[in-house]
Design a protein around this ligand. Structure first.
Ligand SMILES: [Zn+2]
Length: 418
């Protein structure tokens, strides 16, 4: 009998109405036969009342944590009962089995803990335990839902707001980041005013008051929300987006010239591609081959080359210190004046963009905001997007951003059977 107690302990059956009947050690698995103790009783899963009689019994198979290289398979003799609380026979409550999956609860707990370390992906865990990917995905999704209920959204002082596309731009989510902790603190569906309103409503008027600065891309609906909820906060343009826009502008200039077939240099497709990259990068980041493309460009197309230099010149704005804000302002005005002399339509669009957001772009200098946080989070979100399976579900995508880049699941795992 003593042996059985040790075995029961090994599979955590102490204190339950179950015990081990038999065990079979095979080449790559251990099969445990588990059935009710002698004085059997059956617990209603609904009202937890104990029942003396079973309606019927059947053997089910559930999977447990592997032992060394061997799989642990449980054959459990489970009963169904008739209880007054329900009109149909019910499967009795099995304290060791996960409610939703054919796995032991302790295996599910272990999977959740591994997922919470943020070092294991769903695919990793599925491989590790040889469990179907879809099941681990479901466990992860359930876990994230529980986590989101248990966290308190912090009240940050400096935030950035950003839109992220999902499923090739068909859908969007709004991402709110705490600049100081460098973590995503909220994600909501869509990119409308209401999407950002949601965050301000959650932190409430007290939380809103605490916000001092907000960095945002230049998506208009967000401005409406910011005006309504945090009119006192200083708005800063997102440097990352300004740079991105400028790079796109230059590429548009190239296309304009190509359309006018004024750009001899891009006769060959390869050259055209090279040029695209050259125009996008800062001068010091170019390797010798690309520099050569640039030299060719200088010879064959003066206009585009000048536009490129103008772009390079723009970056100097970010070197000004807060104490030199007036100089920065003069610099920006001068840059706009120069750019207006260039014929490109795209460049004129960019000038209009600068004029429209003049003050908040200067705030980048005043508040010395770098793009590091934005870029880091963007990179992580791209990785999340690449792990495409399961992200057809937008809720899961949002939760995953909150977990991988944010405050979700930093420490504790809430127990699912509570
Ligand atoms: Zn019942």
């Amino acid at each position: 009998m003593a042996d059985k107690r040790i075995l029961n302990k090994l599979v955590d059956l102490q204190g339950t109405n179950f015990e081990i009947l038999d065990v079979e050690v095979n080449k790559d698995e251990i099969v445990w036969k588990i059935s009710h103790r002698n004085k059997a009783y059956y617990i209603c899963p609904n009202c937890h009342k104990k029942h003396k009689y079973a309606y019927d019994k059947a053997w089910i198979i559930i999977k447990d944590i592997p032992l060394g290289k061997k799989k642990m398979i449980w054959h459990v003799n489970r009963a169904r009962i008739i209880c007054k609380c329900h009109y149909r026979p019910l499967v009795e409550f099995l304290p060791f089995r996960s409610i939703h999956h054919r796995l032991t609860q302790r295996l599910v707990n272990l999977i959740e803990e591994l997922l919470c370390t943020k070092m294991f992906t769903v695919a990793d865990v599925a491989r590790l335990f040889e469990i179907d990917y879809g099941i681990v995905y479901k466990i992860d999704h359930e876990l994230l839902w529980r986590l989101i209920d248990s966290i308190n959204i912090p009240h940050p002082e400096n935030i950035s707001v950003d839109e992220k596309s999902f499923r090739k731009g068909h859908k969007y989510v709004t991402v709110v980041t705490d600049i100081d902790s460098k973590k995503v603190i909220w994600v909501s569906e869509g990119r409308r005013k209401e999407s950002l309103d949601e965050f301000f409503k959650i932190i409430g008027p007290e939380g809103c008051k605490k916000i001092k600065t907000v960095a945002k891309d230049l998506h208009e609906p967000y401005a409406l929300s910011i005006n309504e909820y945090i009119p006192h906060a200083k708005i800063i343009a997102d440097k990352f987006h300004v740079i991105k826009k400028l790079n796109e502008t230059l590429n548009e200039c190239r296309k304009e010239l190509e359309r006018q077939s004024d750009l001899n240099v891009t006769r060959s497709k390869k050259r055209s591609e090279q040029l695209q990259w050259v125009l996008r990068y800062k001068n010091k980041k170019l390797h010798p081959g690309q520099l050569e493309t640039l030299n060719v460009l200088q010879k064959v197309n003066e206009r585009l080359y000048k536009a490129y230099l103008l772009k390079e010149y723009f970056y100097n704005i970010f070197d000004f210190k807060p104490s030199e804000i007036n100089e920065a302002k003069d610099f920006l005005l001068l840059w706009i004046k120069k750019a207006k002399k260039y014929g490109f339509i795209a460049l004129q669009e960019f000038v209009k963009f600068l004029e429209r957001h003049f003050r908040i772009i200067l705030n980048i200098i005043l508040f010395q905001r770098t793009t590091a946080v934005s870029e880091g989070i963007n990179r992580k979100i791209s990785v999340i997007k690449c792990m495409a399976y399961g992200y057809r579900n937008i809720q899961y995508f949002m939760l995953k951003i909150m977990q991988r880049c944010g405050i979700l699941g930093d420490r504790d795992v809430p127990i699912s059977n509570a």
